[in-house]
Write a protein that binds this ligand. Structure first.
Ligand SMILES: CC(C)(COP(=O)(O)OP(=O)(O)OC[C@H]1O[C@@H](n2cnc3c(N)ncnc32)[C@H](O)[C@@H]1OP(=O)(O)O)[C@@H](O)C(=O)NCCC(=O)NCCS
Length: 150
């Protein structure tokens, strides 16, 4: 049996947009469109990273914003066929490192209170609950606010 090729994390580029939109469509009930993703890539305070094996499609991506000494994870999606292999962990580690280099001292994010898998994932990285937002999502689901000092 051959070893799994290494996972490479790098900044997303315009040619990744179709793949990012496909990851969004699979992962979220309210996916970001290709157009929205294209706008995000142009934002100076955005950090958008993809992870994949050499020569293969992106297996996941993360999108953060930073500013004013803080960062926020806006999106995180891993292909359902590539989950539980450390892809999200590598993406978030690289995203938090980039945000820290850009001056962020803390990172926040909102997650659906119903998304037990994502909450468990963020807890393994040291995020803790700091609040909640009732009816935050368009379908009425509440959000849990998680935070981690960088
Ligand atoms: C949440 C998500 C990003 C995790 O991606 P992933 O690449 O599978 O996560 P990792 O393999 O890096 O997980 C690292 C650790 O987090 C925890 N974890 C990850 N997913 C988990 C789950 N569904 N249930 C419980 N724990 C989980 C585990 O401790 C895991 O380590 P282990 O596999 O050795 O047990 C992925 O399930 C996903 O894309 N979900 C849909 C979109 C979403 O919910 N995004 C987050 C909200 S913004």
């Amino acid at each position: 049996m051959t070893d799994t090729p290494p996972l490479l994390v790098r900044p997303a580029r315009e040619e990744d947009l179709d793949r990012l939109a496909a990851l969004e469509a699979e992962a979220f009930p309210d996916p970001w469109t290709r157009e929205l993703l294209a706008e995000e890539l142009l934002q100076p305070q955005a950090i958008v990273l993809t992870a994949g094996r050499p020569g293969g499609p992106a297996e996941g991506y993360v999108s953060l914003r930073h500013g004013g000494g803080e960062a926020e994870i806006l999106r995180l999606a891993v292909d359902s066929a590539a989950r539980r292999r450390g892809v999200a962990r590598a993406l978030v580690a690289a995203g938090l490192a980039a945000a820290s280099r850009a001056g962020a001292a803390v990172c926040h994010l909102e997650v659906r209170t119903t998304n037990a898998g994502a909450i468990a994932f963020y807890e393994t990285l040291g995020f803790t609950a700091v609040g909640s937002r009732k009816g935050y999502y368009r379908d009425g689901t509440d959000a849990l606010v998680l935070a981690k000092e960088l």
